[in-house]
Design a binder for this molecule. Structure first.
Ligand SMILES: *[C@@H]1O[C@H](CO)[C@@H](O)[C@H](O)[C@H]1NC(C)=O
Ligand SMILES: *[C@@H]1O[C@H](CO)[C@@H](O)[C@H](O)[C@H]1NC(C)=O
Ligand SMILES: *[C@@H]1O[C@H](CO)[C@@H](O)[C@H](O)[C@H]1NC(C)=O
Length: 365
C-alpha cells in the first residue's frame, strides 16, 4: 500500500474543515491507491491464470494428438479398390470397384462361371479371374469375394427398407443395370444366399455418375441424372409403360467445358416428401409424385462449382424436435473454381473452394 504525500500537502489548510477535508482526501488517496494496487494485482493474476490455462490447453491438445484414438490396420489387402463402400445392417461392409479395370488384388481360383483360372498369361490378365467386389465382415475381420456381373464404375446406390442395397447404373454393360446386394449374416463368409443379384429389369436411360435416393413411399428409389442424361426415373416402376422424366434443370446446370460439373447431384429428401436436388451451383425442390418443380432456390455464393468433377459435398443438417422435425436445412461445402477441370488437364491445379453454404429448404423463404 503506497501513500501519496504530495496530494495531501496541497490540501494543508489550517482551519478544522480544511483538516477534515485533508484527512478525507488522504483516506481517498489511500483507498484509490489501495484499489489501484488491487486492480493491478487482480489484472496480473488474471493474466497469470490465462497464461497457465492456455498453457494447459496447449499441452492437452498437443498430447491428445498422440494419444486420443488409434488407427488399427485391419487387413493388409482388401483385394478390391473401394470406389464404392456401404455399411450394411448385418455388420458388414460391401466394397466394390469398376469391373473393367483388369486385375484386382483378389485373384480367384475359379471364375464365377465355374471354370478354373490358370497361371497362363491369358488368365493372369483376365478380369473375370479377379474379384471386383468384397464383403468385409467386421467381427471376423475377413473379406470374401462377391460376384459382380456388370460394371459398377460410378454407379449410384440406396438401401431399401429391408436392408438390401439397390445399386443402379454404372459404365458400359452396367450403364442401365439394376442390381441388389443382400448383405450376409456373417457365417464366416460361407452363406451364399446373399451377395449381388442382377435384376432382369433395367433402367430406362444409361446412368453413369447419377445419384439415387430412396423415397418415403413404396420403397421406391429415384435415380437422377448421369453424364449427358437430363432425366430422372424410378426403381421399381409403377407399370411397364413408365419411362424416365425430363428434367431441364440438369441440362441448364451442365457445364460442357468442365466435364459437366453437375454430376452426382446432391439429393435430400425433405420433410414434406419433396426432393431437393442440387447441381453445379443451383438447386430446386421437385415434387417427385407429380413430376413438377415447385421451387427454384437462389444460386449458392462463390465462384465455382460444387458437384462432380468439382467434387464438393453436401449434408442435411440435424432435424430438431423444436420444429417438429419439419424444418430442413441443407449444407453444401467445397468444390472447385470455375475452369479447374480444364486447367487440371493442362497440368495447372487451381485452388479448391473453401466455402460452405447453408439454406433452409422448407417454408416460404
Ligand atoms: C467362362 O468365362 C471365360 C472368360 O470369360 C470364358 O472364356 C469361358 O468360355 C466361360 N466358360 C463357360 C463354361 O461359360
Ligand atoms: C428386399 O427387397 C428387395 C426388393 O424387393 C429384394 O430383392 C430383396 O431380396 C429383399 N431382401 C431381403 C433381405 O429380404
Ligand atoms: C444366410 O443369410 C440369409 C440372409 O441374410 C439368412 O436368412 C440365412 O439364415 C443365412 N443362412 C445361414 C446358414 O447362416
Amino acid at each position: 500500500m503506497k501513500h501519496y504525500p504530495y496530494i495531501a500537502k496541497s490540501y494543508n489548510y489550517h482551519n478544522p474543515l480544511g483538516i477534515i477535508i485533508t484527512w478525507c482526501m488522504k483516506q481517498m488517496v489511500i483507498i484509490i491507491s489501495c484499489t489501484k494496487t488491487m486492480i493491478i494485482t487482480i489484472l496480473i493474476l488474471i493474466i497469470f491464470c490465462a497464461v497457465l490455462i492456455n498453457g494447459a490447453n496447449v499441452k492437452k491438445s498437443s498430447s491428445s494428438i498422440g494419444t486420443k484414438g488409434q488407427w488399427q490396420l485391419l487387413l493388409h489387402n482388401s483385394g478390391v479398390v473401394s470406389m464404392h463402400m456401404a455399411l450394411t445392417n448385418r455388420n458388414t461392409v460391401i466394397m466394390f470397384d469398376q469391373t473393367g479395370a483388369g486385375q484386382s488384388g483378389y485373384k480367384l481360383r475359379k471364375r464365377y462361371n465355374g471354370t478354373w483360372c490358370t497361371t497362363s498369361h491369358n488368365d493372369l490378365v483376365d478380369p473375370t479371374c479377379y474379384a471386383h467386389s468384397v464383403e468385409y465382415d467386421i467381427a471376423a475381420n475377413k473379406v470374401r469375394p462377391l460376384r459382380l456381373d456388370t460394371d459398377t464404375w460410378s454407379s449410384s446406390g440406396s438401401f431399401l427398407s429391408n436392408g438390401t442395397l439397390l445399386q443402379t447404373g454404372g459404365y458400359g454393360n452396367g450403364a442401365k443395370s439394376i442390381r441388389f446386394c443382400r448383405p450376409c449374416d456373417g457365417g464366416g463368409g460361407k452363406n451364399l444366399t446373399c451377395g449381388w443379384i442382377q435384376s432382369k429389369k433395367t433402367l430406362f436411360d444409361e446412368r453413369w455418375y447419377a445419384s439415387s435416393k430412396k423415397l418415403a413411399e413404396h420403397d421406391r428409389v429415384v435415380v437422377v441424372g448421369g453424364r449427358n442424361v437430363f432425366t430422372y426415373e424410378f426403381v421399381p416402376k409403377i407399370n411397364h409403360e413408365e419411362k424416365s422424366f425430363a428434367l431441364p434443370f440438369l441440362h441448364q446446370t451442365n457445364d460442357k467445358n468442365s466435364g459437366g460439373d453437375n454430376l452426382y447431384p446432391f439429393l435430400h429428401l425433405s420433410s414434406d416428401g419433396n426432393l431437393f436436388i442440387f447441381a453445379n451451383r443451383d438447386s430446386i425442390l421437385l415434387n417427385a409424385r407429380r413430376n413438377w418443380v415447385i421451387k427454384t432456390f437462389p444460386r449458392i455464393p462463390g465462384h465455382g462449382s460444387r458437384n462432380y468433377p468439382s467434387s464438393g459435398s453436401s449434408v442435411m443438417l440435424p432435424l430438431h424436435h423444436k420444429h417438429k422435425f419439419q424444418k430442413v436445412e441443407v449444407m453444401v461445402c467445397g468444390g472447385s473454381t470455375t475452369g479447374a477441370f480444364r486447367a487440371a488437364n493442362k497440368g495447372m491445379f487451381l485452388e479448391g473452394l473453401r466455402s460452405c453454404g447453408r439454406m433452409v429448404i422448407t417454408g416460404e423463404s
